[in-house]
Structure formats: C-alpha cells, structure tokens
Design a protein around this ligand. Structure first.
Ligand SMILES: [Zn+2]
Length: 59
C-alpha cells in the first residue's frame, strides 16, 4: 500500500463496532452493516450468534 494512502487511512481509523477499540488496518474487517470490526470480534460474535440462532438451511 502506498505510504500516503496508509497515512490518510490512519487519520480515519475506525473503531470496532463490537468492542469499541480502534481497528488496525491489518485486522480490519467489515461486518454485514459495513461497519469496521476486528476479525476476532467478528468471529466471536458469529460463534455467539450461532449458539442462539441456528444457521438457515442451505438449499
Ligand atoms: Zn473489536
């Protein structure tokens, strides 16, 4: 990634919508609402959701 682009991105580094910590670009993910999340947080949330709501049957 070009240095200047990295600099600009750092200026608007988003917070994780799950844990509210700053999301590093290296671990940044986007959830289904287009919000920035940590990959770990996203996975953890998915696991939790799976325990509550069974996944829809693939047809
Ligand atoms: Zn997080």
């Amino acid at each position: 990634m070009p240095k200047f682009l990295r600099f600009i991105r750092n200026l608007r580094l988003p917070n994780c919508s799950i844990c509210n910590e700053r999301v590093e670009l290296e671990t940044a993910k986007t959830d289904e609402d287009g919000k920035a999340v940590h990959e770990d947080c996203y996975v953890q949330r998915m696991i939790r959701l799976k325990e509550i709501v069974p996944p829809p049957k693939a047809s």
